[in-house]
Write a protein that binds this ligand. Structure first.
Ligand SMILES: Nc1ncnc2c1ncn2[C@@H]1O[C@H](COP(=O)(O)OP(=O)(O)OP(=O)(O)O)[C@@H](O)[C@H]1O
Ligand SMILES: [Mg+2]
Length: 306
């Protein structure tokens, strides 16, 4: 079937701002998005302190710290098994921490379900995507937030499929994503195409924070560049975007700040200006440069008890 390709186009910051302004008018959310202020004045959108997570006798997080800011792309990097996805699951209410505190926009945040994270304005693309394979692109966009028909039919549980499909078509278009919303299921889409739907869902609903766990892992070069552009423009619209990636060039191209996890702890933080591939790799692997960080490196974390 023609027209099933999911791809990303470019979109200017102004277009994204306009989109969010329209959305704040009531289309997909009734809460206006936060606005970015001057770089020096941005408060942290989310602050996690001393997060511990155990799976049996495996300690995936050993007192990890993390923070991200509105209007910025924060890259979360670390070697395989460092605890990045575990942290994302905790921030998105999919896993419960054994210890630690989290605040979102200054308020205590203890999500016990993904729905609780949505209420706090947080949307997530999980590493395993978590799309419903038997539903189409539009139904996946509205998963858990289905729109009911008006009147008695709606009260009886009938969904307004046409309105959701129209809205999905518009949302994909506004984001520069072309997906065939008449598709009955996303099962037949390629891995990269499904990743496109998952990213669109997160950026469409995210009001405060968007967590992206390796959103470009299955994408080709061109689609990856388009996702990175989308990540940038979403951050420019005032959202805090958290990007997990193993690609250091991608991280350096798009991130404002970089936080490094190693063995369940944050071991280093960099601003974009402080970062280089060598420094990031050294921090991830515990190499020489990580032991003697460059001046201006904001924080070497190790003070938290495991
Ligand atoms: N459900 C689970 N049960 C048991 N151990 C787990 C579970 N989830 C994660 N772990 C362990 O926790 C540690 C951190 O895993 P996590 O998935 O957070 O790493 P990651 O940084 O996302 O790695 P990658 O870059 O490979 O995605 C690993 O040792 C992993 O085996
Ligand atoms: Mg992971």
């Amino acid at each position: 079937m023609a027209g099933t390709v999911v791809s990303y186009g470019t979109e200017s910051s102004n277009q994204v701002r306009e989109r969010r302004a329209r959305r704040a008018g009531g289309r997909m959310t009734d809460t206006p998005p936060p606005t970015a202020t001057d770089a020096g004045q941005r408060p942290p959108a989310l602050v996690a302190r001393g997060i511990v997570k155990r799976y049996g006798h495996v300690e995936a997080l050993k007192g990890a710290d993390f923070e991200c800011r509105a209007g910025e792309v924060t890259a979360l990097i670390g070697d395989n098994g460092a605890g990045k996805s575990t942290l994302v699951k905790i921030l998105s209410g999919t896993a419960l921490p054994d210890a630690g505190t989290i605040t979102v926009n200054g308020a205590e945040y203890r999500p016990d379900s993904p729905a609780a994270s949505h209420t706090a304005g947080i949307e997530t693309v999980y590493q395993d995507l978590a799309l419903a394979p038997d539903l189409g692109p539009a139904a996946n966009l509205f998963l858990g937030r289905e729109r009911r028909r008006a009147g008695l039919l709606g009260r009886l549980g009938f969904m307004d499929d046409r309105a959701m499909r129209d809205d999905a078509t518009r949302t994909f278009a506004e984001l520069g994503v072309t997906a065939d919303t008449s598709r009955a299921s996303v099962r037949a889409l390629s891995g990269g195409q499904r990743q496109g739907v998952a990213v669109a869902r997160a950026v469409a609903w995210g009001r405060s924070i968007v967590l992206l766990d390796e959103p470009t892992a299955a994408l080709g070069v061109v689609q990856t560049q388009n996702v990175l552009r989308l990540v940038r423009t979403v951050a420019d619209s005032g959202i805090a975007v958290v990007l997990i990636s193993h690609s250091m060039p991608d991280v350096l191209a798009v991130a404002d700040r970089i936080e490094v996890l190693r063995l369940g702890r944050r071991v280093a933080r960099f601003t974009r200006a402080e970062a280089s591939v060598d420094r990031l790799v050294a921090a991830m692997t515990g190499g020489a440069e990580a032991a003697a960080p460059a001046a201006g490196l904001a924080d070497i974390n190790g003070g938290h008890p495991a």
